[in-house]
Design a binder for this molecule. Sequence first.
Ligand code: NAD
Length: 356
Amino acid sequence: MRILVTGGAGFIGSALVRHLVLELGDEVLVVDKLTYAGDRRSIRDCEGKPGFAFLEADIADAEAMRGAFADFRPQAVMHLAAESHVDRSIAGAAPFVQTNVVGTFTLLEAARAHWSALPPAEKEAFRFLHVSTDEVYGSLGPNDPAFSETTPYDPRSPYSATKAASDHLARAWHETYGLPTIVTNCSNNYGPYHFPEKLIPLIILNALEGRPLPVYGDGGNVRDWLFVEDHARALALVVREARPGETYNIGGKAEKRNLEVVETICDRLDALRPDAAGPRRRLITFVTDRPGHDRRYAIDPVKIGRDLGWSPLETFESGIDRTLRWYLDNEWWWRPLREGRYDGQRLGLLPEAGRS
Ligand code: NAD
């Protein structure tokens, strides 16, 4: 397939691009603005592969999006570009509204213009996959059933509110204009190339360096965790197999309290690389909770299993082990990010900006 992937230099986007290019042999154009969260080193294994191209551009730039569709003529769009960090959305919501809402709108319009002009068979086969989060469904009590595709939206942070808005836009463009959109809502991802400000990589790297391991509140907030490569496989399947207008929830069936996640990382790291100063659980430090911190998310992934035959390959334990080993072996990737020395836009490795 010829697929335009937005946000392909980010955490999940790069896992998806590596899967599409290196394992499935798809032609891929990555469209990415290279914000602080975008890093071309995450897709360096794809550079130079037949059919791979990179365009540094903002999805909210209508002219650039028109040009990307006209030049690349994609058969599908997989839209992952977003501002994605809840804490940053609380500190300042403007970039979230701009990229997640205005950017998605701009991309949908560019896709619609491209799709409308396609010959009938190509028009029929075209897909626009909008990648979203389980956070749009709000917060669950300890005994509530997991989120399903029909759970009403109840976003509670600026991040999840802007993602919810963009989900509604994607569905409206299907209902109103017939654009063949599909929406996926996924639980928390973890794995290689995860920006070091997010919980799991932050804990791994702080634990490695003997620094405090910050845990919000009492550590009792529950998330469902999915290994990022399992998410990438799910997305590649959905874009090929799902019917337009569908929604799929994607989850790992791995509900964990934050404290359990941190303790698992401590124990596995102790086994892999013992710390002479003692067990790493000693570093756990409880910090003031985040405002509006959703208590529990849980995803019911039964529909994607039934309709498309997808299920995760990794358990939480096997995925954490793979993640830990990756961070131990790939200091070249995370060290500059962690020390704030690295700016994705000024990457020595790939000097030229724009398409290559
Ligand atoms: P990320 O922050 O790691 O990556 C986002 C990417 O988008 C970066 O490469 C960034 O440069 C790019 N980007 C940001 N603004 C842009 C713009 N205006 N134009 C073009 N590119 C832009 O995010 P992620 O964790 O990989 O998440 C990817 C998608 O999956 C997001 O839509 C997110 O809401 C969704 N999601 C994430 C998770 C998770 O656990 N991380 C879970 C479910 C859904």
